[in-house]
Design a protein around this ligand. Sequence first.
Ligand SMILES: Cc1ncc(COP(=O)(O)O)c(C=O)c1O
Length: 399
Amino acid sequence: MIADDDGTRDGEPWGFDTWAVRGGQVRTAEQEHSEPIFATSSFAFASAAEAAARFAGDEPGNIYSRFTNPTVRTFEQRLARLEGGTHAVATASGMAAILATCLGLLKSGDHVVASRSIFGSTVQLFNKILAPFGIATTFVDMGDYGAWERAIGPATRLLFLETPTNPLTTVADIPRLAALARDKGVLLAVDNCFCTPVLQRPLELGAHLVIHSATKYLDGQGRCIGGAVVFPDAHLWEPVYGVLRTAGPSMSPFNAWVFLKGLETLSVRMAAHCERALTVARWLEARPGVRRVFYPGLASHPQHELARHQQSGYGGIVAFEVAGGQEAAWRVVDATRMLSITANLGDTRTTITHPATTTHSRLTAEERVRAGIGDGLLRVAVGLEDPADITADLARGLD
Ligand SMILES: Cc1ncc(COP(=O)(O)O)c(C=O)c1O
């Protein structure tokens, strides 16, 4: 393999956008311009001695694609640097990233404090999968910083949150929670799926690790399932990589290649998502029949100032509450002709979701009320279509 470039401009590291396009690429002797897909399950050794040395860890190099694969490694290195980290593991899904993190860093008897406003499957993972193995989780209201502190006990190892949250786009003060984590000697993990490193870099704000569902904006075109965990150094990476290597929820080379293509355009796509989402949010705010709009870029958003300082953009997710409950909300969904009625987000195509009966339907009615997920709430993941077409599609049901 021949290194494409050393990743510097006259000794200074490449800028973010250059790294997003070129970072981590290695060229084979074929001198291919674009990254190849190493669609191979294993790698051949030149000799028995080389095989033994690779397995013993005495010599670097590929062994087997569950352990490592050049296309996957390029994705890991590119994403790690974009997040301001040094190491990453790429996983089969966003949920596999969270599972590998927990299996690698926690043991029976450990305790987790998590925000109540996290993805439904993450709640299930903590409550249904990890709890029987002796890892207990306490859920707290994300914005109640006193509650985070009170929930931390001698067995606590990890604080876990998403910001902005899904679907209400509530923003957490990452430096404040990072300071608490350091003070208490626990780890802070941030799911950065909504912002991506283009808009927010949790490691630079003090978090210990960053989680991604690459399925969302990192892909950006709704094609592949994947995930990643990014670390500031090798220390935390090692046990999580160990889970991948042994238990195997690894990313496929083809998916890594798709995500590499996604990273190349991530900056320009995120800027376009932000611009269109703000247009849609402002349009909704002026609309009769819309009770409330949730978008961090609006001055009316409770954490608008925090988001302005912590993020370099407000993202592509807009939630809004219509008068008339579920019936009215479903009317808006069913009247759309262009928007995709689907739970995915982060796509070039705008998607619309009724959280109470889909993504959050596994919560009890009481849990939904507590999480602020009303029956009239809708989530729109604003894509890259002409905003006039998006608002026209929403107007059908609102009229
Ligand atoms: C914030 C967040 N984290 C994690 C996940 C899980 O990712 P995946 O579906 O890739 O497993 C999702 C999925 O929607 C998500 O929205």
